[in-house]
Design a protein around this ligand. Structure first.
Ligand SMILES: Nc1ncnc2c1ncn2[C@@H]1O[C@H](COP(=O)(O)OP(=O)(O)OP(=O)(O)O)[C@@H](O)[C@H]1O
Ligand SMILES: [Mg+2]
Length: 350
């Protein structure tokens, strides 16, 4: 490990606490691997394959989106994620079954278009040209949208989403038909509802408690009884005491809590993955985490993280990122030492 390597890690934002969404799966270290259990990613994947509706519970920054991205990434061929933003949409989408299914149809329509850049009109071509291409180191590029969709299925989906539907029944049928098309190819479509915790922020969305109540009163039931669809729903732990959420529990088959990173070794694994990716972007071989981080630094970081809510983003990566900055500024340093972590923690608390 040289100063140059330290600077490369710093320049490429190796410990960026909020990587782009498309990169989440590449930097993810399965909690199952870290904990030596099968209670998180594997439990999620197998529940989704059984078409269950799974709530993923974790505080902000715990790793809910990361777990979802790793479980439903483009290389998992049988599970097809259909991301349905609900909190940023019109409130009707979150609380009215027909508006929700209409929104689902639009989402699928958009994903099919993205998966087929060479089909469709000029407008679509322009859209594809202007969309930023995600280019990362060898082997880690991801294309947004439905990857590996067969031409035949895409064609059938396109026809199904273009079908005019006016009445509530027609829209419901259209939603079911689209989901069945995936299933007829041995795929499991998974509705991903990953933004429900936006409703915690009442300053951002003044009506959020009503919208949240409407959502839990209608959508889980719709997913279960009308669509019979697999779904991954990320929720904040405070929702567990929310009457609307509790009333919906009967329609939500399974609850998985995102575990905490269990040990300093787990932190080393997360750091190692990010170091390897950063070096790879520069065409350089990976460096072991213990060359970048002293053991004592890892232990101090783990003590700090585990004494607080398990927020990987803030209590782990943010500190790691700050410690890396301090190590780069410290001209005598060749790696991140305990002192850098302690100072980063003190600065963060100050
Ligand atoms: N198991 C993990 N391995 C590697 N990185 C992780 C892991 N879990 C979380 N992270 C990292 O922690 C940060 C926060 O994760 P994520 O965005 O998934 O949290 P979240 O629970 O979805 O938060 P929010 O509620 O704010 O959406 C990201 O940088 C992510 O890469
Ligand atoms: Mg998230």
């Amino acid at each position: 490990m040289t100063r140059k390597d330290l600077e490369i890690l710093y320049d490429s934002g190796a410990f960026d606490p909020s990587p782009r969404h498309q990169e989440l799966f590449a930097v993810h270290v399965p909690f199952d691997t870290m904990t030596g259990t099968r209670g998180c990613e594997q439990a999620l994947a197998s529940a989704l394959r059984r078409r269950e509706r799974v709530t993923l519970v974790g505080t902000s920054g715990a790793g809910k989106s990361s777990v979802i991205a790793a479980t439903l990434h483009p290389m998992v061929e049988d599970l097809v994620p259909l991301p349905i933003p609900v909190a940023v949409e019109r409130p009707a989408v979150a609380g009215d079954p027909v508006a929700f299914v209409r929104h689902l149809v639009q989402v699928v329509s958009r994903l099919v278009q993205q998966a087929q850049p060479d089909r469709g009109g000029q407008a679509r071509k322009i859209e594809n040209e202007t969309r930023p291409k995600i280019k990362r180191g060898r082997g880690f590029s991801v294309t947004p949208g439905l990857v590996g969709l067969s031409v035949r299925l895409a064609y059938e989906l396109e026809a199904a989403v273009d079908e005019p539907s006016h009445t509530s029944d027609q829209i419901m049928d259209q939603g079911r038909q689209i989901l069945d098309l995936f299933r007829s190819r041995g795929l499991t479509p998974v509705l991903v509802l990953d933004d429900t915790d936006r409703w915690l922020n009442t300053a951002y969305l003044p009506e959020s408690s009503q919208t949240r109540a409407a959502f839990f009163a209608t959508i889980p039931r719709l997913l279960a009884e009308e669509l019979d669809a697999a779904a991954a729903i990320a929720v904040h732990p405070t929702y567990l005491d929310d009457p609307a959420f509790r009333a919906a529990r009967g329609f939500l088959s399974r609850m998985i809590s995102v575990p905490a990173v269990p040990s300093a070794g787990g932190i080393a694994a997360i750091a190692h993955r990010r170091i390897a990716l950063a070096m790879d972007r520069h065409g350089l071989p990976a460096i072991e985490a213990n060359e970048v981080l002293a053991d004592a630094a890892l232990v101090t970081l783990h003590d700090y993280y585990s004494s607080r809510p398990s927020d990987v983003r803030r209590n782990l990566l943010l500190v790691l990122h700050a410690a890396l900055t301090l190590a780069v500024d410290d001209l005598d340093a060749k790696r991140i030492e305990r002192g850098h972590v302690e100072l980063a923690i003190a600065e963060g608390e100050g």
